[in-house]
Design a protein around this ligand. Structure first.
Ligand SMILES: Cc1ncc(COP(=O)(O)O)c(C=O)c1O
Length: 424
C-alpha cells in the first residue's frame, strides 16, 4: 500500500519515534505529534468487514450505509457557514442588514464588469471549456507564469481535494500544521489518509525542525502550508519555505490570501521546484466566493496527472466569464485591496482597545483575537450574532478561546465596535 506499508490486515499499527496521539475524537484518522520521546503503538483506521464476506443469510439485513466506504462512515461533516438566506431568516434580519465578518469574504463585491459579463453570457446551455483556456490565458498575463503551468478549479477547495486524489493512497500520511485551514484535514479524511499534526509555535510560525523530523521518520507524502495562514494571518518567509522544499515531500502552499500580505506570490517557483504546488483563489481578491473559482500553479511533471483526473467541466461558464471579467479591471481589484488593508489597520487598533480582546497582527483580510478577561469566546460570538454581527468562533480545543473577525467596510467595523462596546 502506497509509500509506507503500515497496514496489516484490517488494523493499522505505526511505531513512531515521536509519540502520535489522536487529535479530535470525531476525526478518527488524525494524529498529532508531541515532543515526547516515548514511543507508543497507535492503532488507527478501523477494522472493516468487506461486503462479500457477509454470509448469504445476512444479506437481507444490509442497510444503505453498509455500501459506503468504511472510513467515510466515521467522517464528521465539514462545519461550513450557514447560507446567507437561512441566516437572514434565523436572525430575522434582511441579508443587507447582517454584518458578515465570519468567512473572510470580500464585502466590496466584484468589479461591475463581472455583472455585465454574467448578464451577457451567450451560451450557458453549452458545456464549458474543460481547459478554461480564456481564463488560463488571462491568469498567465496576471501572474507572469505561462498557462501550461496553470490549472483552474471550482474554488481552491476543489484543487485541494484533486491534489489529494492524485497523490494519496488510503493510509498515506500528510502533514498539517494547525491551527490552519481545516479543509486539509477534512479532505485527507475523505481520501482515507492519515493526518500528522505538527502544531505551530506560540507565535503561529511553523515548527520547521519538527516538520523535518516528522518527514524523516514518518515519510508523509505531502505537507499543506498556508501563507498568510488562516486563522492568524502570519506568513511563511523564504528561508522556512526553502528548508521545507529541500525535504523529500510534496509541498502544497495555499496562497488564498496572498494579495493582502504585501508579498509576491510564489507561483513562479514551480518552475524550479518539482515538489511545489501553489494554490490561489478568486474568492477573496475578486470577491467571487459564490461563483467558485480557484487556480493553481504546478510543475509540468505533476500538472498532467491533474488534467487526467479532474472532472472535465469543473469550472462553469459563469465562473470562467466572471473571473476573466474581474481580471479585466485590475484597478478595481487594487482599489478594493487598498481599502481592505487600510481598514485592517483601523480595525486592529480598535480591537486592541477592547478590554477583553487581544488581537494578533495579520497579513490577511481577517484578524484573530484571543478572548480574555474571563469572557467566553463562544458566548461572545452568539451575543454578537443576536445583534446581527457574525464573527467566527472555533469548536476545536486549541482555538476555543479565540474568535476571528474578517475585515469589512468601515461602516461594518463601526457597527461591530458599537456592539463590542456595549459588552465591556
Ligand atoms: C486558506 C484557504 N484556502 C482556500 C480557501 C478556499 O478557497 P475557495 O473559495 O477558492 O475554495 C479558503 C477559504 O476560506 C482558505 O481560507
Amino acid at each position: 500500500m502506497g509509500v509506507i506499508d503500515i497496514c496489516k490486515g484490517s488494523t493499522c499499527l505505526i511505531k513512531p519515534q515521536i509519540k502520535l496521539t489522536f487529535g479530535h475524537s470525531d476525526r478518527p484518522n488524525c494524529c498529532s505529534f508531541e515532543r515526547s520521546q516515548k514511543s507508543s503503538w497507535v492503532s488507527c483506521m478501523a477494522s472493516t468487514v468487506p461486503l462479500n464476506d457477509v454470509k448469504e443469510g445476512q444479506k437481507q439485513h444490509l442497510t444503505g450505509d453498509s455500501f459506503i466506504r468504511p472510513h467515510l462512515r466515521k467522517l464528521s461533516p465539514y462545519q461550513s457557514i450557514l447560507p446567507f438566506e437561512v441566516l437572514s431568516t434565523r436572525l430575522g434580519r434582511k441579508p443587507e442588514d447582517i454584518i458578515k465578518l465570519d468567512a473572510n469574504e470580500n464585502p466590496y463585491g466584484p468589479p461591475p464588469e463581472v455583472f455585465e459579463a454574467l448578464g451577457a453570457m451567450k451560451f450557458p446551455y453549452i458545456y464549458p471549456d474543460p481547459e478554461s483556456r480564456r481564463l488560463r490565458a488571462a491568469l498567465a498575463e496576471d501572474s507572469g507564469l505561462e498557462d501550461k503551468y496553470i490549472l483552474v478549479g471550482c474554488g481552491a477547495d476543489e484543487l485541494i481535494d484533486l491534489i489529494m486524489r492524485c497523490v494519496l493512497e488510503p493510509g498515506d500520511k500528510i502533514v498539517d500544521c494547525p491551527p490552519t485551514f481545516t479543509m486539509y484535514e477534512f479532505d485527507a479524511a475523505v481520501n482515507g489518509a492519515l493526518v500528522i499534526k505538527v502544531p505551530r509555535k506560540s507565535d503561529f510560525s511553523l515548527d520547521v525542525e519538527m516538520i523535518a523530523k516528522v518527514v524523516e521518520q514518518e515519510k508523509p507524502k505531502c505537507i499543506f502550508l498556508t501563507s498568510p495562514n488562516n486563522p492568524d494571518g502570519s506568513v511563511i518567509h523564504d528561508d522556512a519555505l526553502l528548508k521545507i522544499l529541500h525535504l523529500p515531500i510534496l509541498v502544497v502552499l495555499d496562497e488564498a490570501y496572498i494579495e493582502f500580505s504585501g508579498m509576491d506570490s510564489r507561483m513562479q517557483w514551480v518552475k524550479n521546484h518539482e515538489n511545489l504546488i501553489i494554490l490561489r483563489t478568486f474568492s477573496k481578491r475578486a470577491a467571487l466566493a459564490g461563483l467558485r473559482v480557484g487556480y493553481g500553479a504546478f510543475p509540468l511533471s505533476i500538472i498532467e496527472y491533474l488534467w487526467r483526473a479532474k472532472q472535465p467541466y469543473n469550472v462553469s461558464v459563469a465562473a470562467e466569464v466572471s473571473a476573466c471579467a474581474a481580471l479585466s479591471n485590475p484597478t478595481y481589484l487594487e482599489t478594493v485591496k487598498v481599502a481592505l488593508l487600510q481598514e485592517r489597520e483601523r480595525l486592529f487598533n480598535l480591537l486592541e482597545k477592547v478590554p477583553f480582546l487581544n488581537p494578533y497582527p495579520s497579513h490577511s483580510n481577517f484578524i484573530l483575537c484571543e478572548v480574555t478577561g474571563g469572557k467566553d469566546a463562544k458566548k461572545l460570538k452568539e451575543d454578537l450574532s443576536k445583534m446581527g454581527v457574525m464573527i467566527r468562533h472555533y469548536n476545536n480545543k486549541e482555538l476555543s478561546g479565540y474568535v476571528r473577525v474578517s475585515v469589512g467596510k468601515p461602516e461594518q467595523t463601526d457597527v461591530l465596535m458599537n456592539c463590542l462596546n456595549t459588552m465591556s
